[in-house]
Unconditional design. Structure first.
Length: 273
């Protein structure tokens, strides 16, 4: 081997190592920045929630206090005088926020956004509207969080560092589900818990008329339409949860990428309590 060739190979090896190190450090820094961003948002929301809880406790003493927001009955874990803490965050930081999602013992503890005029904006923007490969969980544009629609569909990335919706992978295990059966999804005027009824993975093929297009089910035409959707989810589920839903119930669907299928999606469907 000539001296020039040897030097060339060494230079190439050093260059490859340098590029690899650069991208490793870059990805690590982006991961840390993303973690700090959402820890900051969560801390601000938690602080607001604490002050709201004090107000709710004081109001509970008065039996004549309106126990709803805008006169609408609340459901889920809150009860009492519920003024959703996300309202403050929404008004002060980002009016695109429509709620907050949390699953215990996972990294899923995030604001949820919706931009109907630019549906996938938060695919590559964070809560503060900065460009970000991590994005922010967001609601499908044709879903109605306030009413709500029969099915509210929330998307987020499956990141290698375990952030965003990557921890939905944990629900492939029935053992994990058995101790984490509930999803918390609070909107601007309601706190609500949802019981998981199905977890499944499917390929997404918009051109295949026989593929299960879960994202097309937002509102049911009639009871049969609703029950057909629920039955399909149950049939695809990795395991039986013992939870079902009937016409009139409200559903929450979480979706993220998965890699056992081409263009696969991991989907968790839950029913509001």
């Amino acid at each position: 081997m000539s001296k020039k060739l040897l030097i060339g190979m060494i230079v190439l090896l050093v260059a490859v190592c340098g590029v690899s190190t650069y991208f490793h450090i870059k990805n690590k820094m982006e991961s840390e920045d993303n973690k700090k961003t959402y820890e900051t948002v969560a801390a601000e929301v938690a602080a607001t929630e604490d002050s709201t809880a004090v107000s709710a406790t004081e109001a509970a003493v008065n039996p004549y206090t309106d126990n709803t927001v805008g006169g609408n009955s609340g459901t889920g874990s809150a009860g009492g005088n519920y003024q959703n803490y996300t309202t403050t965050m929404n008004a002060s930081a980002n009016p695109d926020m429509v709620g907050w999602i949390k699953i215990n013992d996972t990294n899923i503890n995030y604001p949820v956004m919706q931009t109907k005029s630019n549906p996938d904006y938060y695919l590559d923007h964070d809560f503060y509207k900065n460009q970000s490969v991590y994005g922010c969980p967001y609601v499908q544009a044709n879903c109605d969080v306030k009413t709500p629609s029969d099915n509210v569909i929330v998307y987020a990335h499956h990141m290698n560092d375990g952030s965003m919706f990557a921890n939905l992978e944990l629900f492939r295990s029935k053992d994990f589900w058995s101790s984490h059966k509930t999803i918390s999804f609070d909107t601007l005027d309601r706190k609500a818990d949802y019981d998981i009824l199905a977890v499944f993975a499917i390929p997404v093929d918009q051109d295949d008329k026989n593929s299960f297009k879960f994202y097309e089910f937002v509102n049911s035409y009639d009871p049969d339409h609703f029950s057909t959707f629920v039955a399909k989810c149950k049939a695809l589920s990795f395991y039986e949860t013992g939870v079902s839903a009937k016409y009139g119930d409200k559903l929450l669907t979480l979706a993220t990428c998965e890699y056992t299928h081409d263009n696969g999606r991991l989907v968790v469907v839950a029913k509001r309590k």
